[in-house]
Write a protein that binds this ligand. Structure first.
Ligand code: NDP
Length: 287
């Protein structure tokens, strides 16, 4: 039987409907959540990601502003922009669209954004709170994956999970978040010999690599939930994930499409975290 397709775009729409109610409640307190996106250079893919986030803000009633800096902008200019946004009371959430140009130090940026405005959950402070088991904001892509699993009623507690990819923005936080919810987690990467030996054990398989068709049907346990984070641009085929969707959907129990799976959920989690940041700020003011 073909796998159930997990429709991230549909779940994101449900989340937006719920967020609109929370934004309306904040409006009654004269608070409008605000998101500032900082983009560097004219990478067309980054521009699409930022545009999608602005569009989602508009849909939910969140204020947004975009700061476009030159690709060769000095680190001092980026840091000054972030420090100004940290102090701006209209802005509850700040995100810097990745990847950064090579001359900029991503580590420094991860320390400069105020943790209470770090709606991407990627500052070292917030990653530290995740490791400690008290996350302030969970990173958006793994958070989108967890939300998709939970809304589909896919059990995590006690299950075997395999994450392919160990980046600080997806793979590592994904593993921590699955572990926090009771999964037994294996993390695979480019140095893992015999990837299939691990992936075939997974009840939940999350793939975040950036290689089309890395996960073939013979690398998937029958009935598994297969979550494809990968985004690859393949000439003549548009956007594709890391999973051979056509073959794997005949083996898996659940599968995410690319596009339309994890991507829209990532955007929804950025907006949800921004609304949450505004709620926390309003609550702190009320005390
Ligand atoms: P990175 O390039 O930072 O990390 C890729 C990971 O894949 C690394 O850990 C690397 O291992 C591992 N890897 C590379 N080749 C193999 C292989 N043959 N077998 C097993 N593991 C391998 O990428 P990101 O984590 O930033 O992103 C991963 C993918 O997810 C990309 O396609 C990206 O575009 C997409 N993405 C999608 C998002 C969405 O919202 N849908 C959001 C963020 C990312 P090693 O560490 O050893 O080098």
């Amino acid at each position: 039987m073909a796998a159930t397709v997990l429709d991230g775009a549909a779940v994101a729409r449900e989340i937006y409907a719920q967020l609109k109610e929370r934004v309306a409640a904040l409006g009654r307190l004269n608070v409008r959540p605000g998101l500032a996106a900082v983009q560097l250079g004219d990478n067309p893919v980054s521009r699409i990601y930022v545009r999608n986030k602005v569009r989602a803000c508009n849909e939910v009633g969140v204020y947004s502003e975009v700061h476009s800096l030159a690709a060769d902008c000095p680190q001092s200019v980026l840091l000054a922009t972030l420090e100004k946004l940290n102090r701006n009371p209209r802005v509850h959430g700040i995100l810097v669209q990745l990847p950064l140009p090579a001359h900029l130090d991503a580590g420094l940026i991860a320390k400069v954004i105020a943790p209470e405005k770090d709606v991407d959950g990627l500052t070292w402070h917030n990653l530290g709170t995740l490791v400690a088991g008290h996350p302030q904001f969970e990173p958006c892509t793994p958070s989108g994956v967890i939300t998709l699993l939970e809304r589909a009623g896919i059990p995590i507690d006690g299950r075997e999970a395999v994450v392919v990819g160990r980046s600080a923005i997806v793979g590592k936080p994904m593993a921590l978040m699955l572990m926090a919810r009771g999964a037994t987690v294996t993390v695979c990467h480019s140095r893992t010999p015999d990837l299939g030996q691990h992936t075939r054990r997974a009840d939940i398989l999350v793939v975040a690599v950036g290689r089309p068709r890395l996960i073939t049907a013979d690398r998937v346990k029958p009935g598994a939930a297969v979550i494809d984070v990968g985004v690859n641009r393949v000439a003549g085929r548009g956007i594709t994930g890391d999973v051979d969707f056509t073959a794997v959907q005949n083996v898996a129990g659940w599968i995410t499409p690319v596009p339309g799976g994890v991507g829209p959920m990532t955007v929804a989690m950025v907006i949800a975290n921004t609304v949450q940041a505004a709620e926390r700020s309003a609550a702190a003011r009320a005390v």
